[in-house]
Write a protein that binds this ligand. Structure first.
Ligand code: PLP
Length: 382
């Protein structure tokens, strides 16, 4: 099996599942319980928090655990907007955010907030000035993802954060860093960011654990309420086992980050070179995109048909983001690409297990697809 859909999810590292299995057998106490085994469980969570804090260069009190990045995005977006609603109603997001960001914004719009959407340019990149120019004295929140999950388009969040705060120091800045977390160094002491969301299953931990960074002192209204876990921001008994597994995967990646990004760059270079042999391919990812996500159109073939053809050859890729389930890619639509390009686009994404030979298999399968699949009539030509 050749798995090239790591932006959708990743395999759990063996070290991570071992850590979880051990914890499941031994650490059953509730971390909120007052007796010693409860305190031990709480200390284990504290140690995991420290590992994440180290990866983001913040204090452990600024790290919060949740069940997934969607939950983190909801907690942060509602929480930051509602805490500022008396100061202004304007909230800004990019036009290629994940649904767990766009939908809370849509909900806030229904509640009377003014929502401004900044679309990427045709090359797939967001122009930072488009965001900055939209900020005024009523702007209370900007949300801009670090690495886009469909094309790998990257935003320089360090520069953006500085520009946001220069324009309006009271505007909160949130970034969904799910697809860039542990791929690039993110130093919260240098970025003027208020909140970041991340997920375990994109970095070889299991589904069902995630978290967020919230800068010390930032005003937020709790919206996921109940018990006082995670300082009242994310009620519910902590999943100590998955939290420990997640922190294990964080420590592994954090140590290997430089080597891994070099590997992804080589894999991307090789893939692009092999794709040059086809006369029907258009690369949708921006040139300066993250190297582990490559989005391209295989013109003349519907992406869903291609996906299932490749699946029969045991090659797994995506026809867009995994959350869209066959819906038209909202990122490619926001880039205003031609429908024929959007309908024939696929996404290939790597993780540390990906090999050069996997790309050779993909290329052979694409050649097979060209020979065996019926071509649809095209209006556009290359
Ligand atoms: N944000 C981005 C950029 C993603 O790619 C995803 C998952 O596809 C999410 C958020 C949601 O992550 P989770 O599955 O942990 O809720």
């Amino acid at each position: 099996m050749i798995y090239l859909d790591n932006a959708a999810t990743t395999r759990v590292f063996k070290e991570v599942s071992d850590e979880i299995a051990k914890s499941l057998q031994t650490e059953f106490a509730n971390p909120s319980s007052l007796y010693s085994i409860g305190a031990t469980a709480e200390f284990e969570i504290f140690k995991s928090r420290k590992i994440l804090a180290n990866a983001l260069n913040c204090t452990e009190s600024e790290i919060y655990f949740s069940s997934c990045a969607s939950e983190s995005n909801n907690i942060l977006i509602y929480g930051l907007a509602l805490a500022r609603k008396n100061r202004g109603k304007k909230i800004i997001l990019t036009g290629y955010e994940h649904p767990s960001v766009t939908k809370p914004f849509e909900f806030l719009k229904e509640e009377g907030f003014e929502v401004v959407v900044i679309n990427p340019r045709k090359d797939g990149n967001i122009d930072l000035e488009d965001i900055i120019n939209s900020i005024d004295k009523n702007t209370i929140l900007v949300s801009a993802m670090f690495v886009n999950n469909e094309t790998g388009a990257k935003i320089d969040i360090e520069t953006l954060s500085k520009k946001i705060k220069e324009k309006n120091p009271l505007t909160a800045f949130h970034s969904d860093i799910v697809q860039g977390f542990l791929k690039y160094k993110i130093d919260t002491s240098k970025i003027k960011v208020d909140a970041l969301s991340f997920s375990g299953h994109k970095v070889n931990a299991p589904k069902g654990v995630g978290g967020f960074y919230l800068k010390k002192g930032v005003n937020i209204r709790p919206v996921f309420i109940g018990g006082n876990q995670e300082k009242g921001l994310r009620a519910g008994t902590e999943n100590i086992h998955y939290i420990k597994g997640f922190s294990k995967s964080v420590s592994i990646h954090h140590k290997n980050m430089m080597v891994e990004i070099k590997k992804y760059t080589q894999l991307k270079e090789y893939l692009l070179k092999r794709l040059e042999d086809f006369d029907n391919i258009i690369i949708n990812s921006p040139e300066n995109a993250a190297p582990y996500i490559v989005n391209f159109a295989f013109l003349g073939y519907k992406s869903e048909t291609l996906l299932h053809f490749l699946e029969k050859e045991e090659v797994y890729i995506s026809s867009g983001s995994s959350c869209s389930k066959g819906a038209k890619s909202h990122t490619l639509t926001a880039m205003k690409l031609d429908d024929e390009i959007i309908d024939s686009s696929i996404r290939v994404s790597f993780d540390t297990n990906t090999q050069m030979s996997d790309i050779d298999v993909l290329i052979t399968s694409l050649e097979n697809a060209k020979n065996k699949l019926q071509k649809i009539k095209l209006k556009i030509t290359l």
